[in-house]
Design a protein around this ligand. Structure first.
Ligand code: KIV
Length: 244
């Protein structure tokens, strides 16, 4: 197991060096340990825990307390990978001041190194303010599960020219605001490639095709532990639920 911490700088350099980034979610101590042992670059304590761990319908009900609790557990087991704490819905949406306070809580109480928040042009100022406060930020554009209802459900985004242009604009706004990388979820492969080529920071895809700078998947999907809904793009390596 590599205990040497992956840094934000190393994540940024990976793109310049043409090395693809590997990222997976984890929600507790054993998954944190496993991800570290597997040698992934980045571990996301995702608010997807609302669905795959807490049995909720979506991520909207996940709270700061839920995120801090699970982040603490992952941090105890996960020594090498860069750990990203996910900002839950409404923890950064009401004001920049509240966003900075909650990002600070996730880092200070949860113990993660960086935070992630959903949103493009509209949330770039919030992301930029958190970066200025001293916390590195990962963006999340394309399909943003916290606001999936406004996007018409869990659907592929950026299918027509104007929707695709909006996502390119989102990526550029986040880069200008100072994020060190971003997640791009559920867009057609050519758009994934275009966005990865449009910004210098790494674009880590989930259902965004192979031509991005890395891939992220939800742990429970990868090992077949959650069967209520498995997105088409998921590569499932095992059927752990059946074994258990
Ligand atoms: O919460 C999460 O697991 C995520 C991934 C889908 C990227 O945001």
């Amino acid at each position: 197991m590599a205990d040497k911490k992956v840094t934000v700088l190393e994540v940024q350099q990976a793109k310049a060096e043409g090395r693809k980034l590997v990222m997976v979610t984890a929600y507790d101590y054993p998954l944190g340990l496993l991800a570290a042992e597997a040698g992934v670059d980045i571990v996301l304590v995702g608010d997807s825990l609302g669905m795959v761990v807490m049995g909720l319908e979506g991520t909207v009900e996940v709270t700061m307390e839920d995120m801090i609790h699970h982040t603490k557990a992952v941090v105890r087991g996960c020594k090498g990978p860069l750990i990203v704490g996910d900002m839950p819905f409404m923890s950064y949406n009401t004001s920049i001041r509240e966003a900075i306070i909650n990002a600070g809580r996730l880092v200070k109480e949860g113990g993660c190194e960086v935070i992630k928040l959903e949103g493009g042009v509209d949330f770039a100022p919030t992301g930029g303010a958190i970066v200025k406060a001293g916390i590195p930020v990962m963006g999340h554009i394309g399909l943003t599960p916290q606001t999936a209802r406004s996007l018409g459900g869990f659907k592929i985004q950026g299918r027509d020219a104007s929707a695709a242009k909006q996502i390119v604009d989102d990526a550029r706004a986040l880069e200008d605001a100072g994020v060190f990388s971003m997640i791009l979820e559920a867009v057609p492969s050519p758009l994934g490639q275009l966005i990865a080529e449009s910004v210098e920071v790494p674009v880590i895809g989930i259902g965004a095709g192979p031509e991005v700078d890395g891939q992220v998947l939800v742990f429970h999907d990868v090992v077949g532990l959650y069967d209520r809904f498995v997105p088409k793009f998921v590569k499932q390596y095992a059927k752990v639920r059946r074994v258990m």
